[in-house]
Design a protein around this ligand. Sequence first.
Ligand code: SAM
Ligand code: SF4
Ligand code: FES
Length: 349
Amino acid sequence: MEDLLNKLNEQNELTKIEIVYFLQHLTLELQKRLFHLAVETRKKHYNESVYLRGLIEFSNYCKQDCMYCGLRRSNPEVDRYRLTEEEILECAAEGYNLGYRSFVLQSGEDFRYTEELMVRIVKSLKARFPDAAITLSMGERSEAFYRALYAAGTDRYLLRHETASRSLYESLHPGMSFDNRMNCLRILKDIGYQVGAGFMVGLPEQTHEHLAEDLLFLKEFHPAMIGIGPFIPHSATPLKDTAGGTIEDTLVMIALARLFVPDALMPATTAMGTLDPTGREQALSAGANVVMPNLSPLRFREKYELYENKICTGDQASQCRNCIEMRIMASGYQIELSRGDNCNFISTP
Ligand code: SAM
Ligand code: SF4
Ligand code: FES
């Protein structure tokens, strides 16, 4: 294990067999050292900064049926909503006044938001807030859609790969294709977006081998951003009786991902804060360096229910901003409100 920790630290990689061995033999003591290495690695690229992104959940309609997600189309209990262009701009304006210079627009796969409408929304956002970065996270679309949105000024796109195991992916995503997911990720990167990949920890049937494949995929793909969170079962999905992921297992994967991809921007996810009140702070202490407070209108917050008991659903944008600022400062980090680009990202005109 000493050799593996050294290899991780010096070469930022392990083979699949080594990752599996490492996960099987990790003691609490070694875990602490792993987290320490991850934090030191993050500091080399991003110092003590924690980047804030304002999250706008603009639609909970979804044409997909992911087995784990509360928004899946087969869940009739969801009270569906869509934000208008004006409402999205109002959310961003509120965030801009609170200091945010980075916005993430997220939704289910909702094709009512056509290319034309999204181009208009992004152009309006860019015109009003020229110094802010715009990130989209709205699932799989055509290459033409991704190109048009990039041309309109979108800076980043988040599309978690969810799991790098083809068989596990296919069992969790009826009607979706692993190849298409991977293809979308590669297209987004080729176009020039800063791309976010990532996966859930604690999916049913997920093994150490699967998790090793996730890390190897991240190493090879080298995304600008990596989102890793625990799977939290939702009672209105087919996976309602499964165990879900733990904070501890997720922290280990965050730390390993930091060491595999040292320059990635990595959120301390809302799912971490939902499993444990200090989950996001713990993620920061395992190598994460981004937090995404919620800017969605209060009346819709509870309706964007990927999993139950999601945090921040009753708090005004300003309350969230203060709450997260206190938490980050108390953990010894510095708030960073700038666009927060990947440190190695060079934009192409
Ligand atoms: N619809 C888009 C997509 O799937 O890429 C973007 C929104 S989707 C709700 C954002 C992420 O939520 C997914 O990539 C997935 O990893 C995560 N998610 C969904 N259900 C979850 C659950 N029950 N527990 C934890 N994370 C979940
Ligand atoms: Fe839809 Fe995304 Fe949920 Fe899948 S994870 S059901 S694509 S919102
Ligand atoms: Fe939203 Fe604490 S970050 S209430």
